[in-house]
Design a protein around this ligand. Structure first.
Ligand code: ADP
Ligand code: MG
Length: 395
């Protein structure tokens, strides 16, 4: 789960990371009022969307008086901000953060990620802040400092100091840099984050180290033990298909094609999507019903896939180990009886109780296209979708 910049800043500041003064607003008037309350003579108005690259896309504006703040906000509220990270549809702006503008001496990149190779939290930093990490690694790879943390002892002060030295932080600010690194590390571990990014972390003209931007991502599977974090979820920033699925305990990834996929297991989902492409089709989604799925769960998954208006055919591909083909078949039949389905449905079952599953499908009297192998299932899905589509066009 992602959270907004202002939320990440608040979380990190509770762990000792310094941030500029700032306040949230839900309307242009409120933004101006909050700036007045805060004081100062220069403010940065920042669109709160779950994406980076806002600066270049017009979502970060410097304002010098209340009128400018109101105007900047009027141009943002209710609009969609399109950055290189949002996709062409953009993300809606419903909250704006007004922050004191600070004099910047230096911009630093700082990120905490999970490094799968070393199975450790890795700190990634660069003295070339302000640029995206992808651009830094392409243009200035030698500027990147990497350091992995030994989990048994956690981030040690000497290790944090070493990072500060490599970034050429002046001696008087090393302690403050260590506090920032320690704060991010503790927040990462204690809150089950999967990513913390501060870009830029700046050294100000008055010699402070401040986080001017902040991004945090959390492990969805650990959210249950952090109610104060799960409360920060903002569904307006999510793909509605994915949030509907998450609300139902299903794992769903929306894609751009038109063949809906209901699968068990991430590996099988990948293989199914590859095979659909090989057969000349495009998957509309990735839906994993997981192990031990009851007929009700399968029916739920089915309704969810069908509610996506891009879906013009549904392929159910189940390799049942812990799952049972008869339960899956019952779920498919249950869903098809309840929901008005006018797209072709292709089912391929293999594994536990496959004969019972096939019987249930056959006895249902529903127009279900059956397939034995994955290749056959993918080909039938693509050709069923193509003929269904050309019929529709003819009408
Ligand atoms: P994004 O990464 O989405 O473009 P940032 O929060 O990083 O958004 O803002 C873009 C740029 O705007 C920063 O790199 C920084 O140069 C400038 N900026 C952001 N916040 C402030 C601030 N409070 N004071 C001065 N400059 C700022
Ligand atoms: Mg940034």
């Amino acid at each position: 789960m992602d959270i907004h910049e202002y939320q990440a800043k608040e979380v990190l500041s509770n762990f000792g990371v310094e941030i500029p003064a700032g306040a949230l607003a839900y309307s242009p008037e409120q933004a101006a009022y909050r700036a007045r309350e805060m004081g100062g003579d220069k403010w940065i108005v920042k669109a709160q969307v779950h994406a980076g690259g806002r600066g270049k896309a017009g979502g970060v504006k410097l304002c010098e008086n209340e009128n400018e703040i109101q105007e900047a906000c009027e141009g943002m509220f209710g609009r969609k901000l399109v950055t290189h990270q949002t996709g062409p549809e953009g993300k809606g702006i419903y909250r704006i953060y007004v922050e004191a503008a600070v004099p910047i001496d230096r911009e630093i990149y700082l990120g905490f990620v999970l490094d799968r190779t070393s199975q450790r939290i890795m700190i990634v930093a660069s003295a070339e802040g302000g640029m995206e990490i992808e651009d830094i690694s392409e243009n200035r790879p030698e500027s990147i400092v990497r350091s992995t943390v030994e989990p048994a002892v956690g981030l040690q002060d000497f290790q944090a100091r070493e990072i500060a030295f490599k970034l050429s932080i002046e001696p008087g600010l090393v302690q403050s840099m260590v506090r920032t690194l320690q704060g991010c590390y503790r927040a990462f571990v204690e809150l089950d984050a999967t990513m913390v990014e501060i870009n830029p972390l700046v050294v100000t003209g008055d010699n402070r180290i401040l986080a001017l931007d902040a991004k945090m991502t959390f492990d969805d599977n650990a959210l249950f033990r952090h109610p104060q974090i799960s409360e920060l979820r903002d569904k307006s920033q999510e793909d509605p298909r994915e949030s509907r699925a998450a609300d139902r305990g299903l794992s769903y990834v929306g894609l751009d094609g038109n063949i809906g996929c209901i699968v068990n297991g991430a590996g099988l989902a990948m293989a199914t999507m590859d095979t659909i492409k090989l057969a000349g089709g495009e998957p509309a989604n990735f839906l994993d019903i997981g192990g031990g799925a009851t007929p009700e769960r399968v029916a739920k998954a089915f309704r969810l896939v069908l509610s996506d208006k891009n879906v013009q055919a549904v392929l159910v591909n189940i390799f049942a180990g812990i799952n049972r083909c008869d339960w899956v078949a019952e779920g498919v039949v249950q869903a098809l009886k309840e929901v008005q389905v006018d797209v072709p449905v292709i089912v391929r079952l293999a594994g536990t109780n496959v004969e019972e599953g096939q019987k249930i499908l056959a006895k249902s009297g529903l127009p279900i296209i059956r397939a034995t192998t994955l290749m056959e299932a993918a080909e039938r899905s693509v050709s069923a979708w193509q003929s269904d589509n050309s019929e529709n066009k003819a009408v």
